[in-house]
Ligand binder design. Structure first.
Ligand SMILES: [Zn+2]
Length: 259
């Protein structure tokens, strides 16, 4: 009996999440008006440095992302000016639900639901415009020998979690990660080898028709890195060295037929 109740509850959750995603998908793919993105800095660690850094963030700190989306949209004939608008919330001390380590679909769906609840409880602040997407950016100290936890943007969900270092030196890198996760939310998929990090041609390359193909000069944002050769890559220094390739543009609804 209990088993049926549990299955029933899970099915209900999945139907709700699926329905919500369908609605969101429709809303995102039209691109008829700018998307409003709220960035919520989260104090992932108690230190004074992290707090001071997060409290000083404003929309100008993320202007690169707005410019990037505007410029790239124009390449595909989308004359939305701007394509996205970013507003920055006051830093939060409440911590969002931890990401599941194993990403089964059900775990992710459950996390997504917890996240929605958490976001509803913690995300409301006076003076903010109602948004389409919320990016929670977890600011922490730089720890030389530890990699940051992964970042995530749920496809066609309404929010992402980004792990970021609270430092000016890392700000350009943080903006790349935020743009990448935002594109996941808008429907884009990864275009790099998950084991090696190598961008996968053709979609993961900024210029897949270049001859010779390597070295590439820029990174396709979902390929994530600049492919120096077929098996070597380097990090782009900023969004100025990134583009949105044709495959990604098709995935987010900027072009309807791929060339
Ligand atoms: Zn990704």
């Amino acid at each position: 009996m209990l088993r049926y109740i549990r299955i029933g509850i899970l099915l209900t959750i999945l139907v709700v999440v699926a329905g919500n995603q369908w609605l969101t998908e429709n809303r995102f793919s039209s691109w008829e008006k700018p998307l409003w993105i709220s960035i919520y800095p989260v104090l992932a660690e108690p230190g004074e440095g992290v707090r001071r850094y997060a409290e000083n963030l404003d929309a100008a700190a993320f202007e690169d992302i707005v410019e990037f989306f505007g410029q790239q949209a124009r390449r595909y004939g989308r004359e939305l000016e701007p394509a996205i608008v970013i507003q920055v919330a006051r830093p939060l001390t409440a911590q969002p639900p931890a990401l599941p380590t194993e990403g089964s679909r059900l775990d992710t769906a459950l996390w997504s639901l917890k996240m929605r609840w958490w976001s509803w409880r913690n995300g409301r602040q006076d003076g903010m415009v109602s948004d389409d997407v919320r990016m929670y950016v977890l600011y922490q100290e730089r720890k030389p020998d530890t990699a940051l936890e992964r970042s995530v943007g749920i496809k066609n969900g309404s929010y992402g979690l980004v792990n970021a270092v609270a430092s000016r030196r890392e700000a350009a890198h943080n903006r790349i990660v935020i743009a990448h996760e935002l594109l996941h939310i808008l429907g884009a998929i990864d275009k790099y080898d998950l084991n090696t990090g190598q961008p996968l041609p053709p979609g993961g390359l900024a210029d897949p028709s270049k001859s010779p193909l390597y070295p590439q000069e820029r990174a396709e944002i979902m390929g994530g890195r600049i492919a120096v050769s077929a098996n070597r890559w380097r990090h782009p220094a900023s969004l100025a060295y990134c583009v949105i390739g044709a495959e990604t543009a098709a995935e987010i609804g900027w072009i309807t037929n791929q060339p």
